[in-house]
Write a protein that binds this ligand. Sequence first.
Ligand code: C2E
Ligand code: MG
Ligand code: MG
Ligand code: MG
Length: 281
Amino acid sequence: QGRNTWQWYQGDGKQAISEHALLRHDLDTALRENQFELYYQPIVDAVSGQICSVEALVRWHHPRHGMVSPGIFIPIAEQTGQIIPLGRWVLEQACRSLADLHAKGERVYPVAVNISSLQFRRDGFLDEVRRILKETGLPPELLELEMTESILLGGAEEAIEMIRILDGMNITVAIDDFGTGFSSLSYLRDLPIHKIKLDRAFIRNILTDHSSAAIVQGIIAMAHHMGLAVVAEGIEEREQQLDLIRRDCDMLQGFYFARPMPWEDLLTLPNPLPEGVRGGN
Ligand code: C2E
Ligand code: MG
Ligand code: MG
Ligand code: MG
């Protein structure tokens, strides 16, 4: 089923359900016992390969199952509400490590943290961000938040107001998985966001499928007219990079440049990144 996933079960659905319940239970333990780790994946300037920022991606070291993919446990954590403590841990951890490095004068990159819409829409999210920035002393310019269009469901007005406040705090907001959501484009007019991230689904077929290429081309043109930067996710080969440069895409992220990896490993990367640098997972 693609990269970075593993099979839970074979056979009938019954077992799948009990495994799901087990995983839920294991998530509680994982939160208590600190089984999570953040990996970071570079986002590079499309043309130069210079690292512009990194995306924090959570990893779960399960004591029996090994590394579990967030593609599996984030949706479960969203169903159960466990995403709230987990999301808070991710934000705190990312800000704290970055602030420590920054204070020591080490090389740092702005870090993009994924925020689940459940987390965003919960009362007190902005206070939580303020508290974490204050406690860690992280300059807000070093924090980016990635959210999907689903933050607009159940009250676009409120979400727009919150993004305005984040913008006022100098925090960059990016719309993640752009083009796969259900919302109308008109919201882009009202949102003070800075970036959109084109979903990997469009990039995967960009070289072979005329419609995917046309959608990508159109989104880039529209975003640029609105003063937004465009990041393309899931770059796996040089031809995709070249194609996206031709289409004037600003930034790229994908295994072709580097996989997500622990922060220590980021520091050993050459910058600008040449093709095909390997990372962790
Ligand atoms: P996302 O935010 O769209 O993150 C990008 C995903 O694409 C990551 O998967 C990354 O490893 C993967 N990726 C990057 N380049 C390539 C490539 O060239 N080819 C392929 N096939 N994949 C690539 P990952 O780390 O498994 O995370 C999956 C999703 O889980 C994320 O998608 C995000 O929605 C969610 N997630 C991960 N960490 C967090 C977190 O801390 N909080 C929340 N709320 N969600 C998270
Ligand atoms: Mg993301
Ligand atoms: Mg994404
Ligand atoms: Mg995605």
